[in-house]
Design a protein around this ligand. Sequence first.
Ligand code: PAF
Length: 257
Amino acid sequence: MTRTAIVPTMGALHDGHLALVHRARELADRVVVSIFVNPTQFGAGEDFARYPRTLDADRVLLDGLAEVFVPTVAEVYPTDNPPPVIHAGPMGDLWDGAARPGHFDGVLTVVNRLFDLVKPDVAVFGEKDWQQLTLIRVMVTERHVPIDIIGVPTVREPSGLALSSRNRFLNPDELEKAALLPVVLRQIAESGGTSESIIRGAARLDDAGFMVDYLDVVDENTLEPTIDSANARAIIAARLGSTRLIDNMPVAPAAER
Ligand code: PAF
């Protein structure tokens, strides 16, 4: 039987997305990359209108690698039979959800709808959006959705900056500064996630001109703050100019320090 994988994206593809596609190709015979800039996951005043749309270039990148599925808004959200809204619950109100109310309801609703349209056996997501990945895992578990959810480690620039479609909004000066973000995360991760390292890291970013939204160490499954370095992640969101960057790294367990 043909095994189908989906890689849901909002386009503006980069090597991080291609890593997802390559992983999907290892896991399935048929790989579908969806490209849909989902309006319901953007809040008022967010960057929906300016989100990069590079469909022709995306198609070239995917040529020979995957099927490209570019649904319309009417296909995803038919007005005569709207898909169910999936609520992310309290975990969706933490971190990015606190800064972007309703964001994760929009993400889960569209992911669930894409699953419905494509009927995949497996779905591949980047670990860069750790909270998103965690919430999708919770959604399929709670709703008994028979789809394997696979996370792929973050792909980084040589500077360490996590690849993101939004990096193209950074001017050359901001791009150089942005490399401090993974440096700080790595120091926190390598320190075992101590509160001193978090305070020092936040101050460093502040001095460099970042507006830190959150910087903390959390249990990687519950997303609650933790001081236990086992199964923990250092997570960050920070604004540089008009661009909001997010990233995370696994905290080194005591035995590995
Ligand atoms: O990570 C993204 O690009 C989006 O949140 C997703 C999963 C494609 C849903 O719109």
